[in-house]
Design a protein around this ligand. Structure first.
Ligand code: GLV
Length: 311
């Protein structure tokens, strides 16, 4: 069996997969093209098209991340090869930490204190009951569910939204366009953890942002395409006074790295992080990839990506 790996940490992957699968030849994409050809599996993150085009005997492509947008948008992708992707694999907990940080930042008015400090302004803000501060989570896949559950455990009422109906314990699940409008009308903070697909592009546009209550906040650790950045800036106001929205914590952007000239960098009510909310924990991810290879080899049913749906 031959596996070709392409990621930033390809050598660590090569070592771990070789140990776990002693009968397999595991190569990184740095190996000569001749050696790479005829692979059974590609285990890849943001692979260049030629790595996909050169293969003729693939049994499966393993996407070393949760989002398959890059892979699906690669024209050289062989259309008849099943794709599996990392599901949670430790990313749920990291994402939950990131979102909790952001939710508490706004809930406990740290955004206001940050703005007061340059003027030495000693002014405490009221702490409302958590029961009055519902949080909305858009996207209830493996990671979205972990985030929703962590927020509920932290004491916040949580409303979840997905395209099709879902049921989760302790989370009020809504779906469809009407469900989205209902959620947006009620939450103090909205968190976007949806995949990047044709159906989710600018799901938070000007009209939907306007549905959020005055003073609500936005946290986007999902994909930059989910939010219309121009509409978000508009809703945040010019920074001198609160706009319709009080602030945003953003990890992902329509263009990454976020261009230096983007006004988001300098907006006083925006916190920017460089797509770091949930770096894939290597050990968990490697275990999951090994179990995928075993399942492929044993012809077991696998939860594969549906390219038409985009996740
Ligand atoms: C990271 O962005 C991922 O999709 O895993």
């Amino acid at each position: 069996m031959k596996i070709v790996v392409h990621t930033d940490q390809a050598e660590q992957w090569q070592t771990a997969l070789s140990e776990a699968l002693p009968d397999a030849t595991v190569l990184t994409s740095a190996a000569p093209a001749k050696e790479r050809q005829g692979a059974d599996y590609l285990a890849v993150w943001k692979a260049p098209g030629h790595l996909l085009a050169e293969q003729t005997a693939l049994k499966g492509i393993i996407n070393l991340g949760a989002g398959v947008d890059h892979l699906l948008a690669t024209p050289e992708r062989p259309k008849d090869v099943p794709i599996v992707k990392l599901r949670d694999a430790g990313m749920g907990e990291l994402m939950a930490d990131y979102v909790l940080y952001g939710v508490l930042h706004f809930y406990r008015s740290l955004d206001h204190y940050r703005l007061q400090q340059p003027d030495a302004q000693w002014q405490p803000h009221e702490v409302v009951e958590k029961s009055q501060w519902p949080v909305g989570v858009l996207g209830l896949g493996a990671i979205g569910r972990a985030v929703a559950s962590a927020l509920y455990q932290a004491g916040f009422p949580v409303l979840g939204w997905s395209r099709s109906p879902k049921e989760l314990r302790d989370i009020r699940c809504l779906h469809g366009d009407a469900g989205l409008d209902e959620l947006l009308g009620q939450v103090q903070c909205v968190v976007t953890i949806l995949p990047d697909t044709a159906a989710t592009r600018h799901i938070l546009d000007a009209e939907r942002l306007a549905r959020l209550p005055q003073g609500a906040s936005v946290i986007n650790p999902g994909r930059g395409s989910l939010i219309d950045e121009a509409a978000l800036l508009e809703a945040l106001g010019d920074g001198s006074a609160p706009g319709h929205l009080r602030g945003a914590l953003l990890d992902v952007f329509e263009r990454e790295p976020l261009p230096t000239e983007s006004p988001l960098w300098r907006h006083p009510r925006v916190i920017i992080t460089p797509h770091m909310a949930a770096p894939t924990p290597l050990a968990d991810a490697i275990d999951q990839v090994i179990s995928y290879v075993h399942a492929f080899e044993a012809n077991e049913a696998l939860e594969t990506v549906n390219p038409d749906e985009g996740y």
